[in-house]
Design a protein around this ligand. Structure first.
Ligand SMILES: CC(C)(COP(=O)(O)OP(=O)(O)OC[C@H]1O[C@@H](n2cnc3c(N)ncnc32)[C@H](O)[C@@H]1OP(=O)(O)O)[C@@H](O)C(=O)NCCC(=O)NCCS
Length: 143
């Protein structure tokens, strides 16, 4: 089950803290983002009422950036990330988004495979973007 996290249901965040530590190091940072960034879409995915995954993307006018997608290790390879990506693509279609971009570590094969499965193509390499590793810029055109 997918749930949108907004500043109005921020009380969820205590139970989310461990999983959100991946991207939001501090609870305050998440509160700031939800308060000040009108473009953010943050959704959690639950199994048996436990949050096991999330997706964060930003839709700015006719463009979308996938900021993060994360599935707890125990729940991987079960199609959850696919479901989250399909949901984001649907939201983008409804918003008449022209393209979706993302940045991924060059050594993150599972993620690259996932993105390619959904039509993302490698567009550019950012050398040492992550310090120890190149970043790959990927794009999915929606038209
Ligand atoms: C990448 C990640 C989100 C995939 O989540 P998932 O729920 O396991 O993915 P799915 O089960 O929906 O798999 C969909 C596709 O992704 C690819 N994939 C997923 N795990 C993979 C793996 N270990 N090796 C290779 N390809 C993999 C495959 O193409 C798969 O399609 P298939 O089942 O037809 O082979 C997950 O591994 C994760 O959370 N990793 C840590 C966080 C991360 O790296 N996020 C991306 C940041 S850019």
């Amino acid at each position: 089950m997918l749930n949108r996290v907004t500043i109005d249901n921020i009380e969820q965040i205590n139970e989310l803290q461990s999983i959100f530590n991946v991207v939001f190091k501090q609870k305050n940072e998440l509160i700031n983002t939800l308060t000040n960034n009108p473009y953010i879409h943050l959704y959690t995915y639950c199994v048996d009422k436990n949050i096991v995954a999330f997706i964060e993307f930003s839709i700015m006018y006719d463009r979308c950036e996938l900021d993060n997608i994360y599935v707890l290790e125990l729940y991987r390879k079960k199609g959850i990330a696919s479901l989250l990506l399909e949901f984001m693509i649907e939201v983008c279609k409804n918003n008449k988004t022209k393209n979706i971009t993302l940045e991924v570590r060059e050594d993150n094969n599972p993620a690259i495979q996932l993105y390619q499965k959904y039509g993302f193509q490698k567009k550019a390499i950012r050398h040492n973007y992550y310090g120890d590793c190149n970043g790959i810029l990927m794009e999915k055109e929606m038209v």
